[in-house]
Design a protein around this ligand. Structure first.
Ligand code: URA
Length: 244
């Protein structure tokens, strides 16, 4: 149970002060009754409306975005368009941030939430939640390159990466490969392939944990992640006994 003003302030772009004034002016109903007292306690099962529109009362929100190229994975930027700018008004609330960054030119699955604990759980390498990417390479992936990447490659600056899983999806001079990692170092995948003597020319995140990017989302579109899907993310762990 939370106070009505606190809940309303957490749902959208209104401050707690604005929310108090809105409630006082009679624009809010709880279970069909106009409520003018900001301190009334509300549970997730109560139906709250603002100006006649029912609000979905959830403590936190979790969104899946299909990120296009050219957008930065930040909460705000004075100069560039961010992933948060792509969230439509009906899903927006204050405190949203991308849980894990993709480079400006990387596309695919970005999880946007206001739940810091959840983000920490899925991003901490200690929890081994797998992030799956598809990478187009500049040249053929040799077996020694694949073995180096899988074993845990050392980057040009001496940073050691944990083991990864690499699978060839399309063979050839510019192969398409799938790579799975459970870390999120800066430019990690591009730097891993560079350290192995290859080059990533296109990168897409296709999966977080066991949850795949919803391919019905066009670039720039997002939708809510269901509670079932959230557990699919957390259950997608990386084990060291994978096939080499
Ligand atoms: N690794 C990269 O190099 N870039 C990304 O955007 C994500 C992982």
């Amino acid at each position: 149970m939370e106070r009505l003003d606190k809940i309303l302030a957490s749902q959208g772009s209104y401050s707690r002060k604005d929310v108090k004034a809105i409630i006082k002016s009679g624009r809010v109903t709880v279970n069909g009754e106009t409520v003018k007292n900001s301190s009334v306690k509300i549970s997730e099962n109560d139906v709250v409306t603002l100006d006649g529109t029912a609000l979905t009362l959830k403590k936190h929100i979790y969104l899946m975005l299909n990120k296009p190229q050219g957008i930065v994975s930040a909460s705000d930027s004075k100069t560039e368009k961010t992933v948060i700018d792509l969230v439509p008004d009906y899903l927006f609330r204050s405190g949203l941030f991308p849980a894990g960054r993709l480079d400006k030119d990387t596309v695919g699955f970005v999880l946007i939430t206001d739940d810091g604990d959840f983000a920490h759980r899925i991003l901490s390498p200690k929890n081994h939640v797998v992030k799956t990417y598809e990478a187009r390479l500049e040249s053929k992936l040799t077996e020694p390159q694949r073995a180096m990447l899988q074993k845990g490659i050392v980057l040009a600056d001496g940073t050691t990466c944990k083991e990864s899983r690499v699978k060839i999806l399309e063979n050839g001079d510019n192969p398409l490969v799938q790579i799975q990692i459970c870390e999120g170092k800066y430019h990690q995948i591009k730097r891993m392939f560079a350290a192995a003597g290859n080059k990533v020319t296109y990168l897409k995140r296709t999966k977080m944990g066991n949850l795949s990017l919803d391919e019905t989302l066009s670039f720039g579109e997002c939708r809510e992640i269901t509670p079932q899907e959230l557990s699919e993310i957390e259950n997608g762990k990386f084990f060291s006994d994978f096939e080499q």
